[in-house]
Design a protein around this ligand. Structure first.
Ligand code: FAD
Length: 311
């Protein structure tokens, strides 16, 4: 557990990163198939402060060990716009850039100014500006070139001062429409939390890692071929093609009715795999691999896990 700068120095002095290590936040995007054979390093550093502002924006620095939703609440209390749709996503601030967390039409890349930390294993400090993080849908440089090669310890966010809401997501927009010009950050956050609670399991009661798969992006030609064969495919424009809803594809393969031991998809959201009690990691792996195979057989699309599998 790393609580302060002294602990960070000590980790580098002890050359921990020259041996097998695992950086962990809340572990909410991981599936363990066995114990990790090495040092598990969890950030527990605290601190959120306003460090700068200009006419339009306020810059807020948050320690990597801060709870993500506590950070969102800070922005709401200070009447800063941009983070509110992301309230309720489990995890820590230090993990949020890794998969560019997103929900209800917002992504954290839209409010990240810079990411700070240390290159591994030597401990050289780094600062990466937003454009250098190569953010994409549930992706960033931290999952690719810099995977296991950097430790994020602080994130600086750039939030809007002027009232501005992101209401592209239909269900959110519909629920908030009655508020009109009286809409507030508090109301958006409350509505997002209500929608999340109605669709997602309570992680204090059952095991799950949120959306297990990424939504696949297919070419226009592939989409045309699929829509000739299958009615009402949910789809959205994406930068490099058409994004489909993995949950719909999984549900249409019949997975809502398939429970194996303590593993199943969640009844209100087939994209989420749940461990109802004592399923082993290997059982979850067998289950998700069969889901991938059935979607591949029916649609010719390879869906990929969003979750990090620790094998
Ligand atoms: C019920 C539920 C709902 C969810 N809903 C959403 C959602 O709406 N949108 C969404 O995007 N995600 C969602 N998720 C996934 C998850 O909340 C996010 O991926 C979150 O950012 C994970 O945070 P964490 O602290 O638990 O990270 P962990 O799972 O501990 O780690 C995630 C990855 O980041 C790496 N990492 C962690 N800390 C650091 C660090 N300091 N430096 C470098 N690398 C690090 C880890 O090695 C790992 O690869 C959901 C998960 C659950 C369980």
């Amino acid at each position: 557990m790393v609580e302060n700068d002294q602990d960070i120095d000590e980790i580098f002095q002890r050359k921990i990163f020259t041996r097998p290590f695992l950086l962990i936040g809340e572990g909410s995007n991981m599936l363990f198939t066995k114990d990790f054979d090495g040092t598990v390093i969890k950030l527990a550093t605290k601190g959120i402060e306003i460090i700068n502002e200009d006419d339009e924006h306020v810059y807020v620095r948050a320690a990597g060990g801060e709870d993500w939703s506590d950070f969102v609440r800070f922005t709401i209390e200070h009447e800063l716009y941009g983070a509110e749709n992301l309230i309720g996503i489990p995890g820590l601030v230090g993990s949020c850039p890794v998969q560019n967390i997103g929900a209800y039409g917002s992504e954290v890349k839209d409010i990240i100014y810079q990411v700070e930390g240390y290159y591994l294993p030597d401990g050289e400090p780094f600062v990466l500006y937003n454009e250098e993080c190569h953010f994409a849908y549930r992706d960033s440089i931290f999952k690719n070139e810099l995977k296991n090669r950097c430790w994020i310890t602080e994130v600086v966010f750039k939030l809007k001062k002027e009232k501005h809401f992101q209401l592209n997501y239909k269900q959110l927009a519909d629920n908030l429409a009655p508020f009109g010009a009286d809409l507030t950050l508090e109301k958006v956050a409350e509505t997002v939390l209500n929608i999340r609670n109605s669709k997602l399991p309570d992680i204090t009661k059952v095991g799950c890692a949120g959306s297990f798969f990424k939504n696949p992006v297919v070419s226009e030609a592939k989409f045309a071929e699929l829509s000739a064969k299958f009615d009402q495919l949910v789809h959205y424009p994406a930068p490099n093609g058409i994004k489909l809803a993995a949950g719909q594809l999984i549900e249409s393969c019949g997975w809502k009715d398939i429970r194996r031991g303590d593993v199943s998809v969640y009844p209100t959201q087939a994209l989420v795999i749940v461990n109802w009690g004592n399923a082993k990691g290997s059982e979850v792996v067998a289950y998700y691999q069969d889901i991938i195979q059935s979607v591949q057989e029916k649609y010719g699309i390879l869906i990929e896990p969003e979750v990090r599998i620790i094998a």
